[in-house]
Ligand binder design. Structure first.
Ligand SMILES: [Zn+2]
Length: 204
């Protein structure tokens, strides 16, 4: 990736990379020995992405980005906890990323578990209960807004998570207020490889 200055320019560049990925015309930028050497002195990624741990959603690959380009946080269902919030705070405050992206995806198992729990009123026991606890609010809001099917819940989950980060992570809120940070929510489609935006905020 080339050096860009504004949050919107970063988003445009990432979308161009996603287009190349979807078209099978990746250039794999910043992935060679020189880049590796250059990064020994430190990192200055342009964006932070909170995505799902799902093995089908490798963030750098689907944006055709390279080493040192994206600060990636992945949890199952892109769920937020204190470690995630702290990691994002670090990315914004210390690394100076210009864009925060919350990325959900097609056929997300964690979202599916939450949908099943809400619709069948059966909450799993054990550690995986946490996904229902974290995602059920998105299912309820999606249904209240008339969102269509699983895809609708996946989009709503990304949007609500992004709003949550704006409200609760001071560095994100302040960056948005100052115009130095953009916040995007999007859903990745396995079907065609495209990242579809559902929320794009570049100023409060
Ligand atoms: Zn997932």
């Amino acid at each position: 990736m080339t050096t860009v200055t504004s949050p919107l320019a970063v988003w445009t560049q990432l979308l161009e990379g996603n287009q190349r990925f979807a078209d099978d015309s990746v250039v794999r930028p910043n992935s060679d020995r020189n880049r590796r050497e250059e990064l020994r002195g430190g990192q200055a990624p342009v964006a932070a992405v909170l995505g799902c741990s799902d093995s089908r959603v490798p963030v750098e690959m689907l944006f055709d980005a390279g080493l040192g380009d994206i600060f990636v946080i992945r949890t199952a269902g892109a769920c937020v906890d204190a470690t995630v919030s702290g990691s994002l705070d670090f990315a914004v405050e210390t690394l100076g990323v210009k864009l925060v992206i919350v990325l959900s995806h097609e056929a997300c198992g964690a979202v599916g578990a939450a949908v099943t729990a809400v619709e069948d009123a059966v909450v799993p026991v054990g550690l995986q209960r946490v996904f229902v606890e974290k995602i059920a609010p998105s299912v309820i809001e999606a249904q209240a807004h008339g969102a269509e099917g699983r895809a609708g819940v996946e989009k709503e989950h990304a949007r609500i998570t992004a709003e949550h980060l704006i409200d609760r992570v001071p560095a994100v809120r302040d960056g948005l207020d100052a115009g130095t940070l953009g916040v995007v929510a999007a859903r990745y489609r396995l079907e065609d490889g495209r990242v579809e935006p559902v929320l794009e905020r570049f100023a409060r």
